[in-house]
Design a protein around this ligand. Structure first.
Ligand SMILES: NC(=O)c1ccc[n+]([C@@H]2O[C@H](COP(=O)([O-])OP(=O)(O)OC[C@H]3O[C@@H](n4cnc5c(N)ncnc54)[C@H](O)[C@@H]3O)[C@@H](O)[C@H]2O)c1
Length: 361
């Protein structure tokens, strides 16, 4: 028998959940229906063969529904999550799980009393560029990263709809930043000991539309997250500095390369002064090509840029189905989600107070 799931908030992202489940899990999961405050969204759901519940309460009361996906604007995640859990449903919240750590703690307290699972759709843990960045170190191609720059940039210069409003939890820290911070904490389990951020309102009167945050880890790693909606010349999606080389992943198409020392002795070449238009230099001289190796980026087996979107839905909902069958726990845990939100709180605090914040998270 297929598991039964309902969706609250049937906009853009809910449509992605719906389509992906129909495409990949039609035998194992059935979407019973949706609830949305807008009649147009309800009409669209009916057109696509789904029931439009008249209220969220009608979902809570539907005994068939085991799982609810919450895909509303961000400020509604907390009240719906708590109500769904109290009604005995398992819950997936879209990201950002809540607007701050305190809201999430309130959800976790309820989840603990129900025996149902609560998890977050942090889908960008399965992005190909991120999987490649992790694999560079997992395979030992490079070692000891000391600066990682993780950027998502564009020049759209518009925060669409509710994303522009503070009350709804708009802004880029909670929209894209949350993905990149979740990736960072998934990538490195070590403690973060300082958060420093600069939030900009280049064109929004209410929320951050561009920001840069740097995170100092206890092992010395400096991890920089940058989201730009006003960048007319793009920087690479990833630029990674490790002791023995450098990696670049240009964008979601995963073009890029790794350049590393050919061998440890190749460190010793630097005798010559190079004359540049800015004057003579040894330190900044380009390295002779024979002292380096240029390598292709390591793609995980079975992954390519054409199947990446499906791969993430497959990985995510396979785990959710296993959770519903009592065979697994959610991959995205509440502890992880809480760590992300505590760091996000510090990003906002640092931006507001205009200095770095020491922490132990
Ligand atoms: N994981 C991802 O990659 C990803 C991508 C996009 C959006 N999201 C998240 O998904 C959520 C929805 O974003 P979206 O882009 O689909 O927005 P959207 O505006 O397209 O859809 C939101 C829907 O919620 C409905 N809604 C608003 N208030 C409601 C309420 N109180 N009760 C019920 N329905 C309500 C709206 O009518 C709309 O149909 C957000 O939390 C967003 O951050 C996640």
């Amino acid at each position: 028998m297929a598991h039964k799931m309902a969706i609250i908030g049937y906009g853009g992202m809910a449509g992605q959940h719906h389509e992906s489940i129909n495409k990949l899990f039609s035998q194992q999961m059935q979407i019973t229906g949706v609830y949305d405050v807008r009649e147009e969204a309800a009409a669209k759901a009916r057109e696509r063969g789904l029931k439009a519940y008249p209220s969220a309460e009608a979902i809570y009361a539907d005994k068939e529904v085991e799982l609810v996906v919450i895909a509303t604007p961000n400020d509604f995640h907390k009240p719906y999550a708590i109500a769904c859990l109290q009604a005995g449903k398992n819950v997936i919240s879209e990201k950002p799980v809540t607007l701050n750590a305190a809201e999430l703690e309130a959800i976790i307290a309820v989840a603990k009393t129900t025996g149902k699972f609560f998890t977050v759709h942090q889908n960008r843990r399965w992005d190909l560029d991120y999987l490649i960045a992790k694999k560079i170190f997992a395979d030992g191609i490079l070692s000891d990263p000391y600066v990682i720059e993780s950027r998502v940039q564009g020049s759209g210069r518009a925060l669409h709809g509710w994303r522009g409003w503070k009350q709804n939890g708009g802004g880029m820290v909670l929209d894209w930043g949350i993905h990149l911070i979740d990736q960072m904490l998934d990538f490195f389990p070590q403690k973060v000991i300082e958060v420093h951020s600069a939030l900009h309102q280049v064109f929004s009167n209410e929320v951050d539309d561009n920001f840069t945050a740097s995170f100092r880890f206890e092992n010395g790693l400096n991890y920089i997250v940058n989201i730009a909606t006003n960048s007319f010349i793009l920087q690479p999606r990833w630029h990674i500095s490790a002791n023995d080389g450098t990696a670049i992943i240009e964008n979601w198409d995963c073009a890029g390369k790794i350049v590393k020392l050919a061998d440890a002795k190749s460190l010793e070449w630097a005798e010559d002064i190079v004359y540049t238009t800015a004057g003579p230099t040894r330190t900044m001289a380009p390295r002779p090509k024979e002292t380096t190796l240029e390598l292709e980026l390591p793609f995980p087996p079975g992954h390519n840029i054409n199947n990446n979107w499906d791969m993430h839905w497959k990985a995510y909902y396979t785990n959710i189905l296993d959770c519903l069958d009592g065979k697994a726990k959610p991959i995205v845990t509440t502890d992880q989600a809480l760590r992300v939100m505590k760091i996000v709180d510090l990003v906002f605090q640092s931006g507001k107070e205009k200095h770095g914040i020491a922490c132990n998270l």
